[in-house]
Design a protein around this ligand. Structure first.
Ligand code: DGL
Length: 258
């Protein structure tokens, strides 16, 4: 493995492109190979075993393509497969989890009311239960699955404002937002909806996600392992998708530049 090998990043589909973008901005010298598994999306409504198998297949592919590290740009795949990946491969495996700590820290010691949006799988798995346990004695935490937000992106309807807004209303109208401090976008697909959320929520509700933290964590790991790209060159972001249709590649590029 050389320092100049690409960083492999994957997601169940297009959401993880937001993470690839963040990593490219922070580490412009690095080459990135992004793989979206849209042929099998959504992962969030599948069984944990099935997501583990799909994730391992993608990780094998990235390793065969020479990746020097893997970023699981998917909270769902992280919940199902990060542990197994770490025990299987000897390169750094960077996972993601809903940015609940970041949301609670925004209160600077005051109890917070946080809504965590994520997939059903992420919210039911033991990784999230352990995270909840760290914060739920001090803070009020609501779990809100939002599966349709994944489908809207994968089916190319992200710009259909009427559809997106009615979907968000459907998920959020039951909450009394006057008591809510923040919303966690705990699925990489959801990070694209930040402006939609912002327009719908009262201005005191903060919107947080884990993309920047993930990019910084990767930078730390590569620095500590002395694995950063060793020459000054312009890193490229190469996009691939298991649903190798022209439509999916066009959508992938659109989300990279959004
Ligand atoms: N983007 C993924 C995540 O961060 C999951 C979307 C899906 O259900 O496939 O959890």
């Amino acid at each position: 493995m050389t320092n100049n090998a690409p960083i492999g990043i994957f997601d169940s589909g297009l959401g993880g492109i937001s993470v690839a973008k963040e990593i490219h901005a922070l580490m412009p010298d690095e080459d990135i190979l992004f793989y979206g598994d849209s042929a099998h999306a959504p992962y969030g409504v599948r069984s944990t075993d099935n997501v583990q198998e799909l994730s391992m297949n993608v990780a094998d592919y990235l390793i065969n393509r020479g990746a020097k590290a893997i970023v699981i740009a998917c909270n769902t795949a992280t919940s199902a497969a990060a542990e197994l990946m770490r025990s299987t491969y000897d390169i750094p495996i960077i996972g993601m989890e809903p940015a609940l700590k970041l949301a609670c820290d925004l209160g600077h010691g005051k109890p917070q009311h946080v809504i965590v949006t994520a997939t059903e799988l992420t919210l039911r798995e033991k990784k999230f239960a352990a995270l909840m346990e760290r914060f739920s004695s001090t803070h009020t935490i609501d779990k809100q699955p939002c599966p349709a937000l994944v489908d809207i992106i994968e089916s190319g309807q992200f710009h259909n404002a009427q559809l997106v807004n009615s979907t968000l209303h459907n998920y959020l109208d039951n909450y009394d937002m006057s008591s809510v401090n923040s919303i966690v976008l705990g699925c990489t697909h959801f990070t694209y909806y930040r402006d939609y959320f912002q327009a719908l929520l009262p201005s005191h509700v903060r919107i947080v996600d884990g993309n920047e933290g993930t990019a910084r964590h990767l930078l730390d790991v590569l620095t500590n392992n002395d694995a950063l790209h060793d020459s000054d060159h312009e890193g490229e972001v190469h996009l691939e998708n298991s649903s190798d249709s022209v439509r999916m590649m066009t959508l992938s590029k659109e989300f990279l530049y959004l």
